[in-house]
Structures are given as structure tokens and as C-alpha cells.
Design a protein around this ligand. Structure first.
Ligand code: PLP
Length: 387
């Protein structure tokens, strides 16, 4: 067992060795530019990108031509929000999103607000879910886009995407979703789910860092996205720049593996997560944050009453790698915006930790983690009482 035990798979995952193996020839052997149309090096690269596009499309229910490769989910989210705001500016200037979205969504929306787009932030209940009726009430003739994440990165809570897309369709408003935590873990299908734009990332599903994709619907309706990076007109003009061929090959392979192994993995992840949760809930004053019914199989977010989050994290991180929520904001001392939006008191939000397992996690690691948390929590509570 390698220490600390890695239980921070929502921050990033280990690249699968089979993914690395698929990528390697594209650094040293097939190093051509996928846009070089006249020679063999270019053709080999283009062929590999084409296969990856097929693999990504296959996993998500998309068509090949609807996949735009990017440097990750953050870029895909920025392209979707800013690109749609720009392309549909004459139709309307109102976007609806949710308080518990990832910072990439919230910050891109703030940027758009400065440029005159109005943004409505929907609230969530204690369970982390939006109420579809709130969404419907927020839609105006000015609304061009609804942006609701598929699954939350801090709590794993799943939003009712199908109900949401039905409302969007009814009102002729586009639906964009940040599905970074869902794609590759649970079945996601842009057709069945009624999604118009969808961002996701390779490194959250055992692929490499620095590569992701934006799904952009081509039919019913044909979605327009204004490019945010101009250059050689790659990716049907939506995202210029020489393609990251090894990265794209890795994303494709990660999608293929995720699809082939999903049913079995989903179950195994849930068993591991439930084992961890059960072990931790045996301690006193422990609560699970957010819906336990509508949730990803591999995540749990737990509030440890009568402990102090930072001290907890520091003591724990020698034995297990976990985090207090989103990695992007964990340098800041503020409590999680996701947990406070769900109505948690600041103090309890501060003493909450996120645990996320992966297909590489073992039973032994889970048992070790339960023991480590129990020891640290009990020690800290005892210290508090002594003071
Ligand atoms: C990790 C994550 C992102 C950012 O993805 P990058 O590829 O690292 O830019 C966006 N949204 C969610 C929900 C995430 O978990």
C-alpha cells in the first residue's frame, strides 16, 4: 500500500497505464501535425485524432463532428459560455446558472456580467439540488443559455438534467452542462439527456492533464459558438491551435476504457465509497453533506462536527490525501461556496472533507483511511475538550 492513500480523485486521477501506453508513440514516432495534409506524418496524427474523436463521441452519445478538443474543462466551459453569449448576443443577454457551480463557470459568468450579460444564480436546497420550478420561473424572453452542472465536484450531487433539459427545450433555451465529474463514471448521453453543450476533461477519468473537450450540438438545434482563440481555424473554426495529439489520443483511450468497464466499475466504486462512509459514520457527530440518493458513486463529502477543518486536514494528509473540496480554492481560507449554498453553517463547512475513490482504490486502503480518520478526529476532539 502506497502512503498517503490517495482519496482525492475528484481533484485528479492517476493516468491509467493503458492510456500512457496508447499515448507514447505520438511523442516520438508519430509526431506529425494533425493539420499536415500532404505527408504520412500528418496522416498518422490525423488518423489517431479521428479515432479519439470517435471514442469520445461513442462514450457520450455524440457525433464525431460535434466534439471540439480543448486544453481541459476550464477552457471548454469558457468557450461554451463566452462563445454562446457572443454568438447569441442579438437574441438575448441573459444566462441562468447555479450557486454551486465550479469556479470556472461562476468566474466566466462574472466576466460576462461585466460585459453586460445578466446572470441569474439559482439556489439549491440542503440536498444540493436545484428545484426545476425555480429554473422555469427564471427564464425570460432574454434568456439564451441555462448552465447546470451534471455532477458536483465537491459533493457528487447529481442535478436532474433530464427535467432541466425538458424545461429548456420547452422554452427554446440552450442547455450547457459541466459534466467533468460525470463523464466516464456514469452513463451520460447528450441525446437522451437533451444536452446542447457539454464540457469535460481527460484527467478526471484516468486520462492525461491538459486535454478535454466541448460537445457542441449540430442538429436540432444547430448550436453556434463564437471562437475565443483565433488562429488556423482548427476544430471547425471554434478552437484554433495545433492539436495536442498525444493528449487527445489519451482522452480517447480513457473514454474507451471508461465505456467498456463502466457498469462493473460503477458498482465497485459505490461499494468502496459505501464502505468508507459506513466506517466514518460509526464515529459520533458525523453527517454526510448533500443528497445520498442523487449522487455519483465514488464521492462522499463529510462534516466532522467539533473539529477544525484545517487542523484535521493537516493531521490527516500524512496518511491519506483528501481535500476540503475544490482544489482550485483550497489555498483560500474561505469555507466552500458549495456547502454554504446548501445551508451549512460556516463552521461546519470548515470542518467538512471530500473523499473520492477510483478504480485503483483497494479495500485495504479504505480500511486504513477509516482508521486514520478515526484516530485524528478523536485526538482533535479530545484536545478541544481539554482546552
Ligand atoms: C476539474 C473540474 C473542472 C476543471 O477541469 P480542468 O480540465 O482541470 O480545467 C471543471 N468542472 C468540474 C466540475 C471539475 O471537477
Amino acid at each position: 500500500m502506497q502512503l498517503p492513500v490517495y482519496l482525492d480523485n475528484n481533484a485528479t486521477t492517476r493516468c491509467d497505464p493503458r492510456v500512457v501506453e496508447a499515448m507514447l508513440p505520438f511523442f516520438t514516432e508519430h509526431y506529425g501535425n494533425a493539420a499536415s495534409r500532404t505527408h504520412r506524418y500528418g496522416w498518422a496524427a490525423e488518423e489517431a485524432v479521428d479515432l479519439a474523436r470517435e471514442q469520445v463521441a461513442q462514450l457520450t452519445g455524440a457525433e464525431k463532428q460535434e466534439i471540439v478538443f480543448t486544453s481541459g474543462a476550464t477552457e471548454a466551459i469558457n468557450l461554451a459560455l463566452k462563445g454562446v453569449a457572443e454568438a447569441y448576443a442579438t437574441k438575448g443577454r441573459h444566462i441562468i446558472t447555479v450557486e454551486t457551480e465550479h469556479k470556472a463557470v461562476l468566474d466566466a459568468c462574472k466576466h460576462l456580467e461585466k460585459q453586460g450579460t445578466s446572470v441569474t444564480l439559482l439556489k439549491v436546497g440542503n440536498n444540493g439540488l436545484i428545484r426545476p420550478a425555480d429554473l422555469e420561473a427564471a427564464i425570460t424572453p432574454q434568456t439564451i443559455l441555462v448552465c447546470v452542472m451534471y455532477a458536483n465536484n465537491e459533493t457528487g450531487v447529481l442535478q436532474p438534467i433530464r427535467e432541466i433539459s425538458t424545461i429548456c427545450r420547452k422554452h427554446g433555451v440552450l442547455l450547457m452542462t459541466d459534466a467533468t465529474q460525470a463523464v466516464g463514471k456514469i452513463p451520460v448521453d447528450v441525446q437522451a439527456d437533451g444536452i446542447d453543450l457539454m464540457a469535460f476533461s481527460a484527467h478526471k477519468m484516468h486520462g492525461p492533464k491538459g486535454v478535454g473537450a466541448l460537445y457542441v450540438r449540430r442538429k436540432q438545434p444547430r448550436v453556434r459558438v463564437a471562437a475565443q482563440i483565433d488562429g488556423g481555424g482548427h476544430e471547425r473554426g471554434m478552437r484554433s491551435g495545433t492539436l495536442n495529439v498525444p493528449g487527445i489520443v489519451g482522452l480517447g483511450k480513457a473514454c474507451e476504457l471508461a465505456g467498456a468497464e463502466m457498469a462493473a466499475t460503477e458498482l465497485r466504486l459505490a461499494v468502496l465509497r459505501n464502505r468508507l462512509e459506513k466506517g466514518l459514520l460509526a464515529l459520533e457527530n458525523i453527517t454526510v453533506n448533500g443528497s445520498r440518493e442523487f449522487r455519483l458513486p465514488h464521492v462522499t463529502n463529510i462534516a466532522f462536527g467539533y473539529t477544525e477543518g484545517n487542523a484535521l486536514l493537516t493531521a490527516l494528509n500524512r496518511d491519506i490525501a483528501v481535500s476540503s473540496g475544490s482544489a482550485c480554492t483550497s489555498a483560500l481560507p474561505e469555507p466552500s461556496h458549495v456547502l454554504t449554498a446548501m445551508g451549512l453553517e460556516e463552521e461546519l463547512a470548515h470542518s467538512s472533507l471530500r473523499f473520492s475513490v477510483s478504480r485503483f482504490t483497494t479495500d485495504e486502503e479504505i480500511d486504513y483511511a477509516i482508521q486514520a480518520v478515526a484516530t485524528v478526529v478523536e485526538t482533535q476532539r479530545k484536545l478541544r475538550i481539554d482546552i
